[in-house]
Design a protein around this ligand. Structure first.
Ligand SMILES: [Zn+2]
Length: 239
């Protein structure tokens, strides 16, 4: 491999390295995994809140059922006294009757309340199942995205390491002065080697003198572009 071929290869591997580093940076800046995690946390909070509300409803329902039981017992006691008891005092009977009406009304109200709470319990149950399913699917999506991210990151890191090794190897084979010039151009112009296509330097697009193109065609020497100073390269396979 002549000097120019080594420089071309070096340029190609530097470009691959730059591109891979850029992709790695883009990967780290991707927001989809962060968005998924936020959604997951949000859904978990909603689930917890729903569970709390559902438990509260259940607690209140149990309490109301126990109150209803007590009321039913009380009503039975009053009715027993009213119909089977020995009370003959009209005033007392009137009082018991009034008491009975009040308890009956309270029972009716409690029964209505319990019915609503039972309906609520059913709603909570359905909503909880739905939210839990959504949470599970999000979690699955998140886990898979994290896994893919880790694999891609490792691939890029490995590729960067490989490219750096190749670049070091190629650099060690190039004359120090020429390598310094290459590095200087690479740093200042972003690209040190410019291919000559249809007689033009692709670095600055200037039409090159025929004598320069001829030198590139016939000799194994390093030629610089008079206009942009880049190292010129003619792909002889393209002629
Ligand atoms: Zn040029």
């Amino acid at each position: 491999m002549g000097d120019i071929e080594k420089l071309v290869a070096l340029q190609r591997h530097i470009n691959i390295l730059k591109n891979t580093k850029k992709k790695l940076k883009e990967l780290a800046n991707r927001s989809d995994i962060r968005d998924l995690l936020n959604q997951l946390k949000e859904t978990e909070n909603i689930l917890m809140e729903l569970e709390g509300q559902s438990k509260e409803n259940e607690k209140s329902l149990n309490k109301n059922n126990s109150i209803l039981k007590d009321l039913d017992y009380k009503l039975k006691e009053i009715e027993k006294n009213l119909y089977e008891g020995d009370i003959t005092d009209l005033k007392q009977l009137g009082f018991l009757d009034h008491e009975r009406e009040i308890i009956k009304k309270t029972i009716e109200e409690k029964e209505m309340e319990i019915l609503t709470q039972m309906e609520e319990a059913e709603k909570y149950k359905k909503e909880l199942i739905k939210k839990q399913e959504y949470f599970n699917s999000l979690k699955k999506e998140y886990t898979s995205a994290v896994k893919k991210y880790k694999i891609a990151k490792e691939d890029y890191k490995k590729s960067i390491k490989d490219e750096e090794k190749i670049i070091d190897e190629l650099s060690s084979q190039i004359d120090k002065e020429l390598l310094d010039k290459f590095i200087y151009l690479e740093r200042n112009k972003g690209m040190a080697v410019a291919e000559v296509i249809e007689g033009r330097c692709t670095g600055c697009n200037v039409l090159l003198p025929t004598i320069i193109v001829d030198r590139l065609k016939n000799k194994e020497e390093i030629v610089f572009c008079d206009n942009c100073d880049r190292i010129l390269y003619l792909n002889k396979g393209h002629i």
